[in-house]
Write a protein that binds this ligand. Sequence first.
Ligand SMILES: Cc1cc2nc3c(=O)[nH]c(=O)nc-3n(C[C@H](O)[C@H](O)[C@H](O)COP(=O)(O)OP(=O)(O)OC[C@H]3O[C@@H](n4cnc5c(N)ncnc54)[C@H](O)[C@@H]3O)c2cc1C
Length: 602
Amino acid sequence: MAQNAEPMARLEPRMDDIENLSHAVASQLNVQAATASSLPTSSSIPLRKDHLRTRKDQGTQSGSVPQEIETDILIVGAGFGGVYLLHRLRDELGFNVKCFEAGKDLGGIWHWNCYPGARVDSPIPVYEYSLEKVWKNWSWSCKYPGWQELRRYFDHVEQQLQVKKDVVFESAVVSSEWDEKRPGWTVKTEDGKTARCRYLILATGFAAKRNFPDWPGLDTFEGAIHHSSFWPEEDVDVAGKKVAVIGTGSTGIQIAQECAKRAKELTVFQRTPNLCLPMQQASLTSKEQEDRKDDYEQFFRDRKSTFAGFPFDNIQKNTLDDSSEEREKFFEQLWEEGGFKLWLATYKDMLYEKEANRHHYDFWAKKTRARITDPATADILAPLEPPHAFGTKRPSLEQDFYEQFNKPNVHVIDVNKNPVVGVRPRGLVTADGKLHEVDLIALATGFDSVTGGMMNMGLKDIDGKPLAEKWAMGTWSYLGTTCNGFPNMFFLYGAQGPTAFSNGPTCVEVQGDWIVDSIRKMRDESIQSIEATREAEEDWRRKITELSDKTLFPSANSWYMGANIPGKPREQLCYAGGLPLYQKELKESLDEGFKGFVVVNA
Ligand SMILES: Cc1cc2nc3c(=O)[nH]c(=O)nc-3n(C[C@H](O)[C@H](O)[C@H](O)COP(=O)(O)OP(=O)(O)OC[C@H]3O[C@@H](n4cnc5c(N)ncnc54)[C@H](O)[C@@H]3O)c2cc1C
């Protein structure tokens, strides 16, 4: 359904993924003006005008921005990771730190993803910073806040940490080269700004490179098309409209659940059923949050001690240790508690043993099918035979997604049996020849996840070889934070780290703390540069594969395995050993004097 970038185009130093597309299609998709600016455009091309907003009266940029920046540390990306590092390195360690951010405001994915229903799937206070300065005066309205509230949270973060004065917005990084003479990095942005720095930190997240379908005729469509991650800032009113949602990853589920309540007709094009779990959303009062705050310090410490950075872990029991009655009771309890519990707080063998896994699937299918009235629809959304092992693809949290399909105007099409073969001015054509007339196409086609962003920003190693070439046949890093050939360059929430297998803020703080400790150690011990060795990278890659091969993850065609992008190497992209083991690895390297690195003293 979706097409990968052409190999040559991939090397183009542009932040986003629009190089996948013909210019006409890019315009049809209303890609963001900042990144589309390097595309030739015609007067008929309607570039989207969102992100021209500023939040409240805060203005995104304070003062004029110099074209040439000299700084100790340059961070790329101002989401959870970039903001955390900027604060710690500047305010605690006293470094001169600057940040380039492609978007117009803080927030990372919450700046970009404002599609209908966009909402976090990690409950609060799991999904927030552990910084007392930030949590002390903040409370949420509900357990799983939506994108608007997450943006307000970042406004509050700004009030507490004052990071914006060091963030240069609308600055998509398109090249970074090592300068041996200084030594340090020279980083350039799409609009011609240059920064020279000693340390380069990529806090670019796993979702910086969007994935688009390559259907013939897409540019002829006369309605509106929006990618979930380029959704217009102004609300897109779907009332009275016919809407198609393409894809059923977490985003597709959220868009469909929301639009089904307002659209005239909704058709979901599904490749793989999402084994969604019940969110069990709840409102929260400030008082109940205040009452818990005495325990927050301990809570945030504990958060780092579980496999996935949540306050719960799998139980020390195997699925078949319990009788079927006990198992059923336990599953029911996890279901009622909601969220990711049936995924991350269940029997410890669920992600390792097929039979154990099947018990989980059967329970899920039974509970889910009971909510769908039409048996044929149930067979598509929640088939009796598992489409993949339970939990080997990211489950979405839903509130009343399945009930929407009991309405006469909400449909699902299995694109494995009946794929989209083209687009006409008035809609989508499937292989059976049917034209599905729609006014709006919502592309929930996801991302070239984890590696795509870093491969798409013109990074070159000390010999001038692009990272995109280094990773063309597979990913090599050390500790999921550094790369051979890239001295003093760190990254987080990316390839070969716990990333997609962990709660975002937990992961960025664990990796961020290690980066801060590394830079502090370098300063204190007068170390000029560190660079991961090739051997350390080979070992790390072996570990990534071994840890993953023990699980059922490799059996699914998921974005975790790079399988959502045709032509992308099929490999485990994240560290599947859990946060405690991961932190042990990080600590060992530092305690043993940068084990796995070549250290050059000043
Ligand atoms: C729709 C969606 C829902 C999610 N829900 C959850 C959830 O429920 N729970 C969870 O734990 N995680 C979730 N995640 C994962 C989420 O990415 C992390 O929780 C968290 O946002 C990671 O923060 P980050 O700062 O590392 O990356 P991001 O938030 O992705 O921020 C990266 C920033 O880098 C910028 N950037 C990238 N490339 C460049 C460049 N070349 N030049 C300049 N700037 C650049 C981007 O514009 C962006 O602002 C979700 C992700 C998505 C996409």
